[in-house]
Design a protein around this ligand. Structure first.
Ligand SMILES: Nc1ncnc2c1ncn2[C@@H]1O[C@H](COP(=O)(O)OP(=O)(O)O)[C@@H](O)[C@H]1O
Ligand SMILES: [Mg+2]
Length: 239
């Protein structure tokens, strides 16, 4: 795989300390999606956050990605306290995080290359970015498909485009929420293989939300949620 600037491509260590998140609902009954969750995501590891639907996986992923804030508790990315960031600092932090979703979230009218370039379109989009998008598509196994629109790609290929897009900003943390949820099991395994390869070549810290136990079993570490609480704390040794 191509490494643009290896010095930039080092995973962040993420630490979640006693975070709680309650959603207000129109009916007036608040939902405590996370309850005093403490967990570490060591730099360069692939961690599965697993648990049944509604257990709080997506909420935890949004918190560590800076897309949402806890009501209480602290989140650290290396020495930076995400929970103390101003909104402009949070915008910058979010640019160091790549997100991959179950639904792929590609724009149907754009080619694979333009979908990969989406994160940089508001800022700049010169030849360098075009080349970089092409390199990333090659890295995820899509050389030659740069001009295909999503409807001409398989589900697995669409998820590869989404992964390339998530890498466009040189993230240190890659958050994938049910990345194989819309794929058959063989294609899902290939996508997980790709995520592992990216960790190996880029040192990325990867957090995967999943209710698929076979996917979770392949990860370096597993964090289990149930009703917004950690069920079995991950090992705190050198694992
Ligand atoms: N925006 C929201 N407003 C109200 N309730 C929500 C919202 N997002 C999630 N929830 C609720 O919070 C709980 C945890 O949801 P979520 O984090 O999406 O779990 P998971 O990803 O494990 O399915 C669920 O009960 C869900 O219905
Ligand atoms: Mg979810």
């Amino acid at each position: 795989m191509t490494l643009t600037d290896p010095s930039e491509l080092v995973g962040s260590a993420i630490r979640v300390e006693a975070c709680s998140r309650t959603y207000e609902t129109p009916g007036g009954v608040p939902i405590r999606a996370l309850d005093q969750v403490s967990v570490d995501f060591p730099a360069g590891t692939v961690t599965a956050v697993c648990g049944p639907s509604g257990s709080g996986k997506s909420t935890l992923l949004h918190l560590i990605g800076g897309m949402d804030k806890p009501d209480s508790g602290l989140i650290w990315a290396d020495e930076h306290q995400v929970t103390a960031m101003s909104s402009s600092e949070l915008v910058r932090y979010r640019r160091t995080v790549g997100f991959v979703f179950q639904s792929f979230a590609l724009l149907p009218a754009l080619t694979a290359r333009d979908n990969v370039m989406l994160p940089v379109l508001p800022y700049r989009s010169g030849k360098q970015d075009l080349d970089r998008a092409g390199e990333l598509l090659a890295d995820v196994g899509l050389a030659g498909r740069e001009d295909a629109v999503p409807s001409h790609l398989s589900g697995g290929q669409r998820q590869r485009v989404a992964i390339a897009r998530a890498l466009m900003g040189n993230p240190r943390l890659l958050v994938a929420d049910e990345p194989t949820g819309n794929l058959d099991s063989t294609t899902g395994r290939e996508i997980v293989d790709l995520l592992f390869a990216l960790r190996d070549t880029r040192g990325l810290t990867i957090v995967i939300g999943t209710h698929d136990e076979s996917l979770a079993a392949r990860c370096d570490r597993t964090v289990r949620l149930h009703d917004g609480r950690i069920v079995r704390p991950p090992p705190t040794s050198d694992s």
